[in-house]
Design a protein around this ligand. Structure first.
Ligand code: F6R
Length: 241
């Protein structure tokens, strides 16, 4: 795992954004794996500014998101579909039929999981996957205990994940309890991975990632099995390193 240490959230967003924009320019039909949550918002802001100022084009880029809540329609402001439109897709020239997010409103969720895995294969796999990290070490919504061999599947969200995500909802009871997520094996199939971490609330998870072994009860540790992972993290997230 390569590590890039920066001083702040802003610097992390710029460093990651620059690298992503360069990759898009040198491979304009690549497939980007995208994440939601607070961590990548600054990166998306950077990519929008770069699109406006430098004209980096996403016309032939495909995107595949990690996860989506079950039971929310794409139009629900708390859905990850809505998040991606609002924070990135509405502001760049990516084609709407090139953006993919698991359908958490599908009537047959097992079928939706299969469809999503096939889709990833059909586009030729993910060239660069962007990840955040949960305080419990989750990647995507793969909670502690998820098999490293897992593919896209339905998950029951851990109590601390519901609590951490309650900030986006009126209260914790409103947070959907289940989600669809790419599995850990799906994530590890990506050719390259950027893991972003910012803030002291991520410091323990980041320390565990560095200091402990590869174990299914700490999902992010699976990344140590991947040959091309870069961690972009700020001083707060790296305070125990
Ligand atoms: C989001 C995702 C999650 C988040 C993680 C960190 O698509 O898959 O693993 O990356 O929960 O969330 P934030 O960035 O909000 O701290």
């Amino acid at each position: 795992m390569n590590i890039i240490r920066v001083s702040s959230y802003e610097e992390m967003s710029i460093e990651a954004g620059k690298r992503i924009a360069e990759k898009v320019r040198s491979n304009p039909s690549m497939t980007l794996g995208l994440a939601t949550g607070s961590t990548p918002q600054g990166v998306y802001h950077y990519l929008i500014k770069d699109y406006e100022n430098n004209g980096t084009s996403y016309q032939n880029i495909k995107s595949i998101n990690l996860d989506e809540y079950i039971g929310l329609q794409a139009t629900d402001p708390n859905s990850y579909h809505y998040f991606m439109q609002k924070n990135l897709f509405n502001h760049i020239d990516i084609a709407s039929n090139h953006t993919h997010i698991p359908n958490g409103a599908a009537s047959n969720l097992a079928e939706e999981c299969r469809r999503y895995e096939n889709l990833i294969n059909e586009v030729g796999g993910i060239d660069l996957q962007i990840l955040g990290i949960g305080q419990n070490g989750h990647i995507g919504f793969n909670e502690p205990g998820t098999a490293f061999s897992s593919r896209t599947h339905v998950v029951s969200l851990a109590k601390n994940t519901l609590e951490a995500n309650a900030r986006f909802f009126a209260n914790v009871a409103e947070v959907p309890t289940h989600a669809l997520t790419m599995g850990i094996a799906t994530i590890l199939d990506s050719k390259e991975i950027f893991l972003l971490a910012s803030g002291t609330e991520k410091a323990e998870a980041v320390a565990q990632l560095f200091n402990e072994g590869i174990r299914e009860d700490f999902p992010a540790s699976a990344l140590k099995q991947h040959p091309n992972v870069t961690i972009l993290a700020d001083d707060d997230a790296l305070k125990y390193i």
